[in-house]
Design a protein around this ligand. Structure first.
Ligand SMILES: *Cc1c(COP(=O)(O)O)cnc(C)c1O
Length: 261
């Protein structure tokens, strides 16, 4: 076991930055809940730590963060191992890991070993690969169906996500696979394009309403589904208004992402 890192001046400064970032985002969530008539207790903040070091995850855990998000297998696997070593058995233990990025089928076995939840399930082949790996590892992996919420579905093909009309079919498949539990839906707001006439906030609001409608539809056959993952640094208010249970927030807390070395 490695000794816990000794606090130094830099560490204190970074911890204070993260504390301020978290406080700002929590204030925004509370205000959005007041506007929407919701209880902030219904909402889980998933802090997206991609590009940032394991030490930041340890600092965030010490500040009360229980859930973190990562979007690349190699980076996530390394960070999970580093965090486990840095935190050790100290309660409350390492934060839950949400895998939120586009996932190649050949990485499914790796992700199934360390992720608690996968938000980016968007095809049958990936569902089968995750199921097989989770079942072999004796794990129960929570999965969310990522929907393509772009009004121009074709243009958004490369960004991942299932056409909303196919969600029911994939949900039924997942429900019958060992090692997986269907938990809900995930969406990313479309990027504003010239000519649409709609601003980013309005596009996000419409996209998240659509996500919510698909979720409500799925619940008829899958009443155990309880998660709507929506909203990032720029549009968490619209997500709260539409009923999101999980917000994925990175830069508003950790700052502008460094370039990956
Ligand atoms: C990076 C990322 C986020 C966080 O984005 P911010 O704008 O930094 O809050 C949320 N969701 C997904 C899928 C991401 O890849």
């Amino acid at each position: 076991m490695t000794a816990p890192p000794q606090p130094d001046a830099d560490d204190d400064e970074r911890t204070e930055q993260l504390r301020a970032g978290l406080a700002g985002v929590r204030t925004r969530i509370e205000a959005a809940c007041v506007s929407a008539g919701r209880d902030p207790e219904e909402i889980t903040l998933v802090v997206v730590t991609k590009f940032f070091p394991a030490q930041d995850v340890v600092r965030l855990a010490a500040l009360g963060v229980t859930d973190v998000g990562e979007n690349r297998d190699q980076e996530a696997a390394q960070k999970v191992a580093q965090v486990a070593e840095l935190i050790g058995d100290r309660p409350p233990g390492p934060p839950r890991l949400h895998f939120i990025g586009q996932l190649q089928t050949n990485k499914a076995a790796s992700v199934a070993r360390y992720a608690d939840l996968v938000h980016s399930l968007d095809r049958a082949r990936l569902a089968r690969a995750l199921s097989k790996a989770a079942d072999r590892a004796g794990r129960d992996l929570g999965v969310l169906l990522q929907l393509n919420l772009d009004p121009d579905e074709e243009a958004a093909q490369g960004r991942g996500g299932l056409p909303p009309g196919q969600a029911g079919e994939l949900a039924d498949l997942v429900a019958g696979l060992p090692g997986l539990t269907l938990r809900g839906v995930m969406g990313v707001a479309p990027l504003p394009t010239d000519g649409s006439g709609a601003g980013a906030a309005e596009l996000a609001a419409r996209a998240f309403e659509r996500l919510r409608a698909v979720f409500d539809g799925l619940r008829a056959d899958h009443p155990g589904a309880d998660m709507i993952s929506a909203g990032m640094s720029g549009d968490l208010e619209q997500a709260v208004a539409a009923g999101a249970t999980h917000l994925r927030v990175g830069s508003a807390i950790l700052g502008t992402r460094p370039t990956r070395g």
